[in-house]
Design a protein around this ligand. Structure first.
Ligand SMILES: *[C@@H]1O[C@H](CO)[C@@H](O)[C@H](O)[C@H]1NC(C)=O
Ligand SMILES: *[C@@H]1O[C@H](CO)[C@@H](O)[C@H](O)[C@H]1NC(C)=O
Length: 392
């Protein structure tokens, strides 16, 4: 795959990821609401789940080539020309960077081109951005750099000096065009932290109220879910939609999702809505699935564990639903989303090989394949000797 294609995919991916909330939470969801007046809002998720419309409109979505089987495949690095992240300091332990990219400088030597690429600061940040996080943290334990992502660091953990973050980042690179600190890639028990430049600060008073129901997303086959980070603090036998939205809002995640875990086995098996996940992006593979299978929207009918416990004392209108097996109830809060101004730069035409006059269609059209356009002929050099010398 050529580099320009990679960039194009990255842009389509970013566009697609941002198109979803616009399409389903904005005009899309409301306009196609089969029950006018009953607008799905976070306050009554049960009603929202029932009012979820069939998501018909196909949107151009570039997907990862294969069904993702790991979080790293579900949330590929953003290889576009991203706006530099800001170095925010050297932090002591306890930071909330729980998403392990699995990138480690210990794998740099003899890398064979599969799995996570060798550790560099830029690759680390591209990976955290690809998964929609606000922060990237580099740990330098025993000189081995590893890369973690998350969406919150505590001011109390910030060290007054950078001196403990003293592990060099790349063996031979002393400066970075993005302004990254090439001599500070964490330390023994400390982290070098970078922050994404494209998010608004979180208003913790109001953030949880800004979510709207976006649909029921299927994800079977993924060794992960449609969102990257599980919230252990609220998952379990007391999960409600509200507690999950609250947990995701506190960390500034635009997406919150609830799903279920199987209890028991065989004919005694049942599902408990007990998992809360958050993220800044939905995995594109599952966006595409969602668009192609509108019937998925009727599947998120498992009661949240907090509702199930006290079901008898509740009226049905107060039930809250937390997805189902392999299905996630997804909520989106546009105030917490990454700003569009930080999406990758548009693809620049390649200067050496101008494309044929006719612009390529954005979406390949399988019905009518375009005949291959011949590449424009390269002008012959006037003096053959010059060509000969050029190649030497
Ligand atoms: C650093 O430079 C040395 C000498 O040029 C080279 O042998 C080594 O492979 C380089 N290391 C990396 C990580 O590029
Ligand atoms: C369950 O969660 C709610 C908040 O969502 C809390 O008020 C309540 O105390 C919790 N109950 C238990 C038993 O932890």
């Amino acid at each position: 795959m050529r580099f320009s294609n990679l960039i194009a995919s990255a842009i389509l991916l970013a566009t697609a990821v941002h198109a979803i909330p616009d399409a389903s939470v904005g005009s899309g969801l409301v306009a196609r609401d089969p029950m006018p007046g009953k607008k799905p809002v976070a306050k009554s998720p049960a009603a929202a789940a029932k009012a979820a419309p069939a998501a018909k409109a196909p949107v151009v979505v570039a997907v990862v080539a294969k069904m993702p089987t790991t979080p790293q495949l579900a949330f590929p690095a953003d290889n576009g020309d991203i706006k530099p992240w800001k170095y925010v300091g050297c932090y002591a332990g306890g930071v909330e960077l729980t998403y392990n990219t699995n990138m480690c400088s210990c794998q740099n030597h003899g890398w064979k081109g599969t799995g996570m690429p060798p550790f560099t600061v830029e690759k680390c940040i591209a990976t955290c951005k690809g998964a929609g996080f606000r922060y990237a943290g580099i740990k330098g334990e025993n000189g081995k750099k590893s890369c973690w992502c998350g969406s919150g660091v505590s001011d109390a953990d910030k060290l007054s000096s950078d001196s403990k973050c003293d592990v060099p980042c790349e063996d031979n690179q002393t400066s970075s065009t993005k302004g990254y600190k090439m001599n500070q890639c964490g330390g023994k028990t400390v982290w070098s932290i970078y922050k994404a430049p494209c998010f608004k600060e979180v208003d913790q008073e109001t953030a949880a109220g800004g979510y709207q129901y976006a649909g029921c997303f299927y994800y079977q086959g993924c060794g992960c879910t449609v969102l990257p980070e599980k919230q252990a603090s609220v998952s379990g036998d007391n999960l409600s939609v509200d507690s999950c939205l609250e947990a995701c809002a506190m960390k500034g995640y635009a997406y919150a999702g609830m799903t279920a875990t199987q209890q028991g086995t065989g004919k005694y098996a049942w599902w408990r809505g007990d998992q809360c996940w958050c993220g800044g992006r939905i995995s594109s593979w599952w966006i595409k699935r969602h668009q192609n299978y509108p019937g998925d929207n009727s599947k998120c009918q498992t009661l949240c564990s907090a509702t199930a416990k006290i079901k008898k004392s509740l009226s049905k209108d107060d039930y809250q639903f937390c997805g189902h097996g392999w299905h996630m109830s997804v909520y989106f809060n546009p105030d917490l989303a990454e700003s569009d101004t930080c999406l990758p730069e548009p693809v620049k035409p390649e200067p050496e090989k101008p494309q044929p006059e006719k612009p390529q269609p954005e979406k390949p059209q399988p019905e009518k394949p375009e005949p291959e356009k011949p590449e424009p002929e390269k002008p012959e050099p006037e003096n053959p000797d010059e060509a000969y010398y050029d190649e030497k």
